[in-house]
Ligand binder design. Structure first.
Ligand SMILES: Cc1cc2nc3c(=O)[nH]c(=O)nc-3n(C[C@H](O)[C@H](O)[C@H](O)COP(=O)(O)OP(=O)(O)OC[C@H]3O[C@@H](n4cnc5c(N)ncnc54)[C@H](O)[C@@H]3O)c2cc1C
Length: 263
């Protein structure tokens, strides 16, 4: 049986100090971590619970940015009027993560720190060019996601919030794996002040930007423009749910549907 100590952190600094221990793990909604512990994939000696830290929860509009606390649940993001008005595609994405239980427990910070290669939030964070704030620094989305379950976070570093620039337009389409409900392939498209960004999840070792689609949509923002783009399957995943060729074919189709779905 796996045993561990459990501490509910009373402050961010206490959580940071406790999480710095090499065998300690932060726990947010527990929707990924508890499964990993049960499967024997993780065996922390100490769990540091962030759920008592009210400062890490909440959603606010700050000028042209939507700021969401790391401990905000997927359900809260989906139901938020601020998110629905500022970035409807983000509310839509959060509302289609997993099932009701997962959405009511799982958090934005937990999803990003976990960086599952098929997770939905990383696509929105990268697609919108968001900034991830931690208890130590800020990290741009382009520098945050390093690969399979790997991020730029240092041991014990805590995500506190994410700042999303409000885009001109944004859309999300997910072709879900029906058993897990994760993205077999998911594509987030956005027209931002810095140009078009397209982020793809589920198709490779981690979320990535699809530059060919960005160029095509920068030239002409339309569903038809995406259909002229061919994605190479060379670095994409193949598994029992779908081959690399299948995933490569899905990416422009989903990008086009995401463009068409933009409000
Ligand atoms: C049945 C099922 C279906 C799912 N379907 C989907 C889906 O369709 N799409 C999708 O995107 N996800 C899906 N998920 C995953 C879900 O979104 C998780 O909630 C999420 O990946 C992890 O969030 P959490 O708050 O539960 O984190 P936890 O499980 O508590 O933690 C995950 C990891 O993040 C670390 N961590 C947590 N919070 C922080 C923080 N603030 N700073 C630094 N590190 C932190 C923990 O130490 C741990 O390593 C599904 C999960 C399940 C069980």
């Amino acid at each position: 049986m796996t045993t561990f100590t459990y501490t509910q952190a009373a402050s961010l600094s206490e959580a940071g100090a406790l999480a710095a221990g090499s065998d300690a793990k932060l726990i947010a909604g527990g929707q990924s971590l508890l499964g990993a512990i049960k499967l024997g994939l993780a065996a922390p000696e100490a769990l540091i619970d962030l759920s008592g830290l009210a400062d890490l929860k909440g959603i606010r509009l700050a000028g042209v940015h939507l700021v969401i606390g790391a401990m905000t649940t997927h359900a809260a993001v989906a139901a938020s009027k601020e998110v629905q008005q500022a970035i409807p595609a983000l509310a839509d994405l959060a509302g289609r993560i997993g099932d009701r239980q997962v959405r009511n427990r799982g958090t934005l910070g937990g999803s990003l720190a976990n960086n599952d290669p098929a997770a939905c939030y990383p696509a929105a964070v990268l697609g919108l060019g968001a900034t991830i704030y931690t208890d130590r620094r800020s990290i741009s989305a382009d520098d945050f996601f390093l690969g399979l379950f790997e991020t730029a976070l240092q041991p014990g570093e805590i995500i506190t919030s994410v700042s999303f620039p409000v885009p001109t337009k944004a859309g999300w389409q997910k072709f879900k794996q029906p058993a897990s409900r994760f993205s077999l392939v998911g594509v987030f498209v956005a027209q931002t002040a810095a140009g078009v960004r397209v982020a793809v999840t589920g198709a490779g070792a981690g979320v990535f930007r699809a530059m060919a689609l960005e160029a095509a949509l920068d030239a002409h923002w339309s569903q038809a423009a995406t259909m002229a783009v061919r994605i190479s399957p060379a670095k994409l995943s193949s598994d029992l749910h779908g081959s690399a060729d299948y995933r490569a074919a899905l990416i422009p189709v989903l990008a086009g549907r995401a463009v068409a779905a933009c409000p």
